[in-house]
Design a binder for this molecule. Sequence first.
Ligand SMILES: [Zn+2]
Length: 278
Amino acid sequence: MPELPEVETIRRQLEPRLAGRTFTEVRVADPLLTAPLAPEAFEATMTGRTVTSLGRRGTDLLVWLDGGDALCLHLRMTGRLHWRPGPPPDGGERFLRALLTLDDGATVTFGDQRRFGRAWMIPAGTDHAAYWHGRVGPEPLDDDFTAARLGRLLHGRRVGIKAALLNQALLAGVGNMYADEALFRARIHPQTPAGELTAAEVKRLHAAVRDRLRFAIRSGGASIDSYRDGLGDRGQMQEFLQVHLHRGEPCPRCRTTIVKGVVAQRGTYWCPSCQVAP
Ligand SMILES: [Zn+2]
């Protein structure tokens, strides 16, 4: 499931290829993608529009269009965006949900085996701060996201720290994999009540979240499931996961056997020596 680094990788690859280009043909193959907007209405809105830039909010990708509208894309479980310099080859996209053609002949396909991904328009004039408020929390890689700010977000919360990290309304873009990796790096047990972290732990967690997200972006994201980057290639981050998916293997720090359990309804990996239960 794509998390912040995977979506950011796609954004960085697609922006130079899409910015300044115009959509000459837009075809929705699966009406569920744009529902409740009818495919024909979506196609009509998109055709002839020029891309100005690409943005991201949490795990939502934003394609800014001339006139100020934003096309918002969410990949959910298995969504893939794939830019190609020409039309996709026959059979090149098995689970095609949309095909967008650009004025230089390049195409972008939205493929999605499980069909949970979504596309919708955010109209020009929308107050984006208000639009995202309450649904997507602060961006962990923003300059103003300090350890003190993380501490304020967690203050008084009785849920476990892993559940808090997974809450997108609290903090943007961290999912199951990077929550495990950041908690291991910060040496914090995933069930520690979020509001009971010490100042030193909050500081370590803040650094660990940012470090792991940045490292994952540099590694092109993690292809542990269906994720491919915006050019159809696998990421490298799966090679650098330290605890996630490593049950039964020695902890890279202390050699204790890594365990797996269910925390916040998700398969969770940790080192029982480095990350002491509360
Ligand atoms: Zn350990």
